[in-house]
Design a binder for this molecule. Sequence first.
Ligand code: NAD
Ligand code: TYD
Length: 340
Amino acid sequence: MKVIFVTGGAGFIGSMFVRLILEEVKDVKIINFDALTYAGNLENLEGIDSNRHEFIHADITDRKAVLEAMPENADALFNFAAESHVDRSILSADVFLKTNVIGTQVLLDVARHRRVKRFVQISTDEVMGSLPEDENSFFTEESPLRPNSPYAASKAAAEMIVRAANKTFGIDTIITRCGNNYGPRQFPEKLIPLMITNALNDDPLPVYGDGKNVRDWIYVEDHCRAIWEIYLKGKSGEVYNIGARNEKRNIDVVRSILDLLGKPYSLIKFVEDRPGHDRRYAINPQKVETEIGWRPRTSWEEGLKKTIKWYLENQGWLERVRDGSYKEYYRKNYGARLGV
Ligand code: NAD
Ligand code: TYD
């Protein structure tokens, strides 16, 4: 039985990873270490095989807790735990630095001490900044790190300390950088679930700026499968970009959601832009395709339909996560923009 240590496994992507691995890889036991911040939710783990899953409620910046939880010689550590939302990092960056940078350093230190066999850092294409619009340019593994938001800067810093741990201490590390994920259980602060939620409530849909910013979307399950395959076949010290060749302008994403829900475009409201708003992300996934042999399985049309269906069928989940702290965040970020 392999033993893997997963951080942030109660969040959107981490919980999908835990579900997928427990379902598809029978000889794996997972230790899932998560602080259950506003974005972590045990409901995301309902129905999994609890015989091969142990949940530990603790913080990755708590060295003692990490030391206690991490077994000797675990086969791998997958670090999903992070503060993950750009708009929150603009409102206040402290916790981003604490979790994303200090937390990663603590995990690296303990992983070295406990002789973890491979350390997989889940990073983001946002560390590479913004690409020009309408140009044939793409992010590759060689693109320079040019983060533009406090969130992206904290994830870039985390990559640097992972790299340093590989070079200085010889830890077996891998960094994966994915584009924008969508799918079930994404917290409704991110574009797609926020627009679905607002449309369901006939509330205005706040589109930043001119709505022509481009994101490269991938269905969350495809991302998780890529991480697992890269863990199995990737080379130590390397970076792997993950993308599904699926660029979309925000306004087109929002219109597709309204079309699928049968709601009018008049709900769209163009609002004040995000400061430092990256114009375009686009990933060249050639390395993961050729070296690892990974390909996405879910088309955009199919993935978006499945996502909307999940939110329609899980409105209780949505209501529970849109609690008092969500409402406070919503007022802070959208109050002036929407006049609410
Ligand atoms: P999320 O915000 O939904 O979940 C984050 C999880 O980490 C939550 O369960 C939370 O409780 C946990 N967490 C936060 N701080 C913690 C701490 N100090 N100690 C322990 N646990 C803590 O995030 P997500 O969208 O699932 O993203 C997961 C990872 O993937 C992040 O590292 C993010 O940077 C990266 N990523 C996300 C995307 C995306 O589109 N969402 C794209 C590329 C990369
Ligand atoms: P988001 O889901 O926050 O992901 P990221 O900023 O990490 O790419 O946003 C995706 C795109 O949608 C981004 O260009 C910002 C835009 N956006 C809006 O226009 N309105 C919103 O209310 C949100 C949350 C995002």
